[in-house]
Design a binder for this molecule. Structure first.
Ligand code: SF4
Length: 461
């Protein structure tokens, strides 16, 4: 099998969140293990896969357009293998074959553990595979996963699915109910990444702070703070991060981890979605704006310089001018480091789809524009405050502009600077010289030796 497939190429188009990027890495590794090689365009590939997202209308349309293009490529060469993976595959299932009969594989995210087996059938593309069960456990990504290229940062998925059913969200329908992976499996995957040169690990899940492992008879019970504590002791782990957290599950115990775990980065992504209590209730988010503000106060009490990023949606059904003003008010109160902002779009089968009083597109666009301008001002101000100050950067690689290195602060801000390539993978001290909306410009000062006094001086330990 391996021999006859040698030098056949694969191309994976990835849309959506970090979970999808992580799943695409897993598929790529499975293909490489079976003798395939990555190529840079679908036209060159023998295996074309698209990993999809349906959280909003835009990525869904993008996936259809990619499938149209890929179907055309396959029509010219029927021996190619065409597959759709991810949330759109889960949502539409076999119905996709009506619109895209060229598809060989339709696979939901919970069936991903079957992918390595399916790779073995890729040379018999006449068999259509539809795999959309929601029961399977998330796949174990050992061996090799996440280590396709020499990476400084790596991801470990700790749980899959969501039980919250926010009224606008399709995720619980396409990724199933929450399932936490065993700490043993998570630790083994983290150790594997570290042994391949990874220095920073981000724990992934739709709602990581509701992570709960009970073990047999509840005897090995671990919650998310327990897991963070265990992982933080791993040799060679310079930085630990997690994403995404739900405000209603952010416990005092977890907040205190930011003060007590030396390598847990001072950054939290905490989606608030709306600043109006009326809209938050319609969204079924399970907290009020006052609850959210209290969480921010508690986080800043434990870690005054913690970076806070978030997701917000405008134009939810029934959102009034006053509701929107409340959202702007919350943004001004918190002063987020950055925000992902979106307009509401109906997702089929969700409770919000059935709600009346939909907001027209022009109003949604105007509100989004206003909100983004408010946040741009805050982000620029916050970045400006860093000018002239030192920062410790984990160097991740060359910057997009070339002849420069790029890395991140522990608060997840991108810093570009000029220094020697050999610093990739290490912590360095820089002085921030200039600030922009999406990045900072730094001047290299010195390297940081892990466990040295330097780390303490720079607040890393
Ligand atoms: S918490 Fe809400 S928004 Fe997040 S994935 Fe679950 S249902 Fe969707």
């Amino acid at each position: 099998m391996k021999g006859c497939l040698l030098s056949r190429g694969f191309y994976i188009e990835t849309m959506g969140c970090q979970m999808n990027a992580h799943d695409s890495d897993f598929m790529a590794q499975s293909l490489i293990d079976s003798g395939f090689v990555p190529v840079s365009s679908p036209e060159q590939a023998d295996v074309i896969l698209v990993n999809t997202c349906v959280v909003r209308a835009k990525p869904e349309q993008k996936a259809y357009s990619f499938l149209g293009r890929a179907s055309g490529i396959k029509a010219e060469n029927p021996l190619k293998f065409l597959g759709i993976i991810g949330c759109l595959a889960q949502m539409k299932g076999a119905d996709l074959l009506k619109r895209f009969p060229q598809l060989d594989l339709i696979m939901g995210p919970r069936e991903l553990s079957r992918f390595p087996e399916i790779v073995k059938t890729i040379d018999r593309p006449s068999v259509k595979i539809v795999a959309t069960h929601l029961d399977p456990a998330p796949p174990c990504h050992i061996p090799g996963h996440g280590c396709l290229r020499k990476k400084v940062t790596g991801y470990v998925s700790i749980m899959e699915g969501c039980n919250n059913f926010c009224s606008y969200c399709i995720v619980p329908y396409v990724r199933g109910r929450e399932t936490s992976r065993s700490p043993k499996e998570i630790m083994a995957e983290a150790v594997h990444l570290l042994s391949h040169g990874v220095k920073e690990i981000t724990l992934l899940g739709q709602n990581v702070n509701s992570y709960l492992w009970k073990g047999r008879g509840g005897r090995q019970r671990r919650n998310f703070p327990d897991l963070l504590s265990e992982l933080s002791t791993l040799d060679g782990l310079l930085r630990l991060r997690f994403v995404t957290s739900h405000p209603k599950d952010l416990s005092d115990e977890l907040i205190s981890c930011f003060g007590g775990i030396h390598n847990l980065c001072p950054h939290i992504h905490l989606p608030f979605q709306a600043g109006s209590n009326r809209i938050l209730k319609l969204m079924r988010r399970g907290y009020t704006r006052e609850d959210y503000m209290t969480l921010i106060q508690k986080l800043r009490a434990v870690k005054p310089d913690i970076a806070i990023t978030s997701d917000v949606m405008v134009g939810f059904p029934g959102e009034s001018d006053q509701d929107f003003e409340d959202t702007l008010g919350l943004i001004r109160y918190v002063r987020f480091d950055s925000l992902f902002s979106f307009t509401y779009s109906d997702r089929r089968g969700t409770a919000a789809e059935q709600m009346g009083d939909k907001i027209d597109d022009l109003t949604k666009a105007a509100r989004l524009n206003t909100l983004q301008n408010v946040q741009k001002g805050i982000t620029l101000e916050k970045n400006k405050e860093l000018e002239g100050k030192p920062a410790v950067i984990l160097v991740e690689g060359g910057s997009k502009k070339g002849h420069q290195l790029s890395g991140r602060t522990d608060t997840y801000k991108i810093v570009n600077f000029i220094a020697n390539d050999r610093l990739i993978g290490s912590l360095v001290n820089v002085k921030i010289k200039r600030s922009f909306l999406n990045s900072l410009w730094g001047e290299w000062i010195s390297s940081v030796l892990p466990n040295s006094q330097d780390l303490r001086d720079f607040g890393v330990m």
